[in-house]
Design a protein around this ligand. Sequence first.
Ligand SMILES: Cc1cc2nc3c(=O)[nH]c(=O)nc-3n(C[C@H](O)[C@H](O)[C@H](O)COP(=O)(O)O)c2cc1C
Length: 193
Amino acid sequence: MEPELAVGVIVGSVRPGRRGEAVARWVQGRAARRGGLAAEVVDIAAYNLPVLDEPLPAAYGRYEKPHTKAWADAIASFDAYVFVTPEYNRSIPGPLKNAIDYLYREWHDKAAGFVSYGVDAGGARAVEHLRVVMGELQVADVRAQVALSLSADFDGEDFTPGPERDRELDVLLDQLTAWGGALRALRRPATAR
Ligand SMILES: Cc1cc2nc3c(=O)[nH]c(=O)nc-3n(C[C@H](O)[C@H](O)[C@H](O)COP(=O)(O)O)c2cc1C
């Protein structure tokens, strides 16, 4: 039997008082209800990543800074990701892009899904940008997406998703499980396939 799929639920916002933390915990909770997924919340803020300060581009895989090595170890340990991202000025938050740019091979041949939120379009424009970034990093992004509305799914600062959002997230996790599992084979050395 295949081992559980390790899923990193990445909180894309680092702002004090951010809504993203509660959303990430919801994702982790739904993932925990099903067999086969071991989901962990990954808080970019906890890695204290400065604006990219590695001398070489990540594609070289020669990291100098301790914060980069810690971040690389964390991201390399997952089979798949759920990005929880708000929309900032019609794109993803700068700290999320910065954290993505720090690494290269650690992202390759993994699956990803997106849970977004925003004022008027559920963060959809941020996710469209993120899908382009994922393409460059050889991440297979699933179609199913959860786009949360700040007015319908939050009560002020409190996150209050209804059952329909649970169902949408479950579809996303179904797709993530399928692709995340399939891509494991690509990451195994040829002799082990
Ligand atoms: C710098 C900034 C830019 C924003 N731009 C947008 C935007 O373009 N579209 C949108 O729907 N919401 C926008 N918002 C509203 C955010 O989606 C909302 O504040 C959300 O709660 C931010 O996520 P966070 O609480 O996890 O940081 C913006 C918020 C900030 C702080």
